[in-house]
Design a binder for this molecule. Structure first.
Ligand code: AMP
Length: 540
């Protein structure tokens, strides 16, 4: 017997239509390059997104054509993010921190036909625009429009909204595209379907408790992993959206949190570490009483940071783990209910773990002898599946080995899983240290070191060793005015780790190199301290 329900398509047009009908007055605000604020309501946003859809069609685009973006987080980026898929096209976010050669490769490989670019980022775009050969360049913001480009405002003004109608776009069609950071090998394209985005937006809404009553400031760039789905989940429920534009320093963000009464924000640990240091220096500097939770993900947040926000500033952290290939959220820890009955310290321990899988993400992990037990001890590579998980990369037949024979995606993360499904990421497979045949988790050592009062940042890498094959080396950044010796740091770690885990070598640097989305770039550290790729493993 077949179910007798409507064949309703889960797509981005359905998200926009809802916002358009229900939330016309809710605000979307963006910080402009000159630090002034741009404000309008969802009604204006929806009208402009629809006109953009019409205008893109008039430029000659067909269904499925890619529209690249190179922009900061702001309302015009949101209009493109949503307007392009609503028109039947595919938004492809380019990362403004990548080298122009990488963006040339990525945009060419994706077959991007149009580039929508911030005028303030034109000097960067100019380095690859011709090489890619976009058919149209659309320039956003005030100031001069580059020669040959179309002004975004003129493009929108030229479109007739009455020519727009919401289409029943097949939910399996592509809506957006994002390339993985590609720390090994060439970057790989992930293609999000309308259905994956709609399901994921709904899950994020329910797990983070996002509603019309929220004001959300995503620090996470819109080009990082689908912006953790916030543009879609916020629009779905009419949450007020606050975009920081190019102003990502702690003072500007804290000011925005206060003046816009932000209730939820999201970013990588580096962002939150900077905010914590600023708050520690000026604990009464800002009124953050509206903030209900700050979401951290993209890399492991140190437990000490989660605790410091809670204990010193009364601020709650929600911790998520995810991947570009997963839309991107896979697990969430610190959601309401997770810490019921736990003491404070145990609750922080738990929140430093990555958490249980979100609905419709299934997990399992595989060690050398097959699938591991969910005992919180055994380690294996995490495998996932679900409706918001990639089933392949775009045009990358050489990467088929990232999926198991029965179709699960191999994450490349080495984890333990507790009896209650709580995942704890031990390392990227390629970052683990194998010393005398035993694994050492660099993430655990880094997190512990970042709990030392003198350490601002710490990254641990494997270095070759004649006797043990590899040993951990800790690269540390000291807090301003602080000092710490190797012996002192080893003594600090000793109570928490087996003796063979303790690094012999500590290196002190001014800054740890970061990837384009703010994670520790361990490949650079290995080149600097471990003699190139000597201990690089092959897994992506
Ligand atoms: P990306 O697709 O660039 O966001 O990178 C995904 C990878 O980032 C994952 O496979 C993890 O290695 C790492 N990652 C993301 N979130 C976390 C987290 N909360 N804790 C530890 N690692 C994380």
């Amino acid at each position: 017997m077949e179910g007798l329900m409507m064949d309703y398509q889960l797509n981005v047009p359905a998200i926009l239509r809802r916002a358009d009908e229900l939330y016309g007055d809710r605000e979307i605000v963006s910080r402009q390059p000159d630090k002034s604020w741009h404000r309008y309501g969802y009604a204006d946003f929806a009208s402009r997104a629809k006109r953009l859809a019409v205008a893109l069609r008039s430029l000659g685009l067909d269904d499925g054509d890619r529209v690249a973006t190179l922009m900061w987080n702001h309302h015009e980026h949101l209009e493109t993010y949503i307007g392009a898929p609503v028109g039947g096209f595919v938004t492809h976010t380019l990362n403004l921190r990548l080298h122009p050669d990488d963006n040339t490769y990525i945009a060419t490989h994706a077959g991007d036909r149009v580039l929508v670019v911030d005028k303030v980022l034109w000097p960067l775009a100019a380095q690859f625009v011709e090489r890619v050969g976009f058919e149209h360049v659309v320039a956003v913001g005030t100031g001069e429009t580059p020669e040959g480009a179309i002004d975004f405002e003129e493009l929108i003004a030229s479109a007739d909204e009455s020519a727009f109608s919401y289409r029943e776009i097949d939910e399996r069609a592509a809506a957006a595209m994002c390339f993985t950071s590609g720390t090994t090998g060439l970057p790989k394209g992930v293609v999000y379907s309308h259905r994956a985005i709609a399901i994921h937006a709904l899950t994020a809404v329910s797990l983070l408790g996002i509603s019309e009553a929220d004001t959300i400031l995503p620090v996470v760039p819109m080009f990082h992993a689908n912006a953790w789905c916030f543009p879609f989940s916020c629009t779905l429920v009419g949450a007020k959206q606050v975009f920081p534009g190019p102003h990502l320093d702690p003072d500007s963000l804290l000011e925005a949190f206060e003046t816009e009464h932000v209730t939820l924000s999201a970013g990588v640990p580096t962002i939150w570490m900077g905010i914590l240091q600023t708050l520690d220096a000026k604990p009464d500097g800002w009124d953050l009483s509206a903030m209900r939770t700050m979401t951290v993900g993209g890399a492991a947040p140190p437990r000490a940071m989660i605790e410091a926000f809670g204990e010193r500033h009364g601020l709650h952290i929600t911790h998520g783990w995810g991947m570009t290939e997963m839309c991107p959220i896979g697990t969430i820890s610190g959601a309401p209910g997770h810490e019921r009955g736990l003491g404070k310290s145990e609750a922080y321990d738990r929140r430093a773990q990555q958490g249980p899988p979100i609905p419709f993400v299934e997990i399992r992990a595989r060690g050398e002898d097959g699938l591991i037990a969910w005992d919180g001890q055994s380690m294996g590579e995490l495998e996932v599946r679900g409706p918001s998980v990639a089933s392949s990369y775009y045009d990358a037949p050489d990467a088929a080995d990232r999926w198991t024979d029965d179709g699960w995606f191999k994450t490349g993360d080495i984890v333990t899983i507790g009896p209650d499904g709580y995942v704890e990421v031990q390392d990227r497979a390629k970052d683990l240290v194998k010393s005398g045949g035993e694994w050492i988790s660099t993430v655990a050592l880094e997190n512990a070191l970042m709990g030392h009062p003198a350490i601002a940042e710490a990254a641990v890498i494997a270095v070759p060793d004649e006797k043990w094959s590899e040993r951990p080396l800790a690269v540390c950044v000291l807090r301003e005015g602080s000092s710490a010796s190797d012996a002192e740091l080893r003594d600090f770690l000793a109570p928490s780790f087996a003796k063979f885990w303790l690094p012999e070598r500590f290196e002190f640097v001014d800054e740890i190199p970061k990837t384009a989305v703010g994670k520790f770039r361990k490949t650079a550290l290995r080149e600097q301290f471990a003699g190139g790729g000597a201990v690089e493993r092959t897994q992506a």
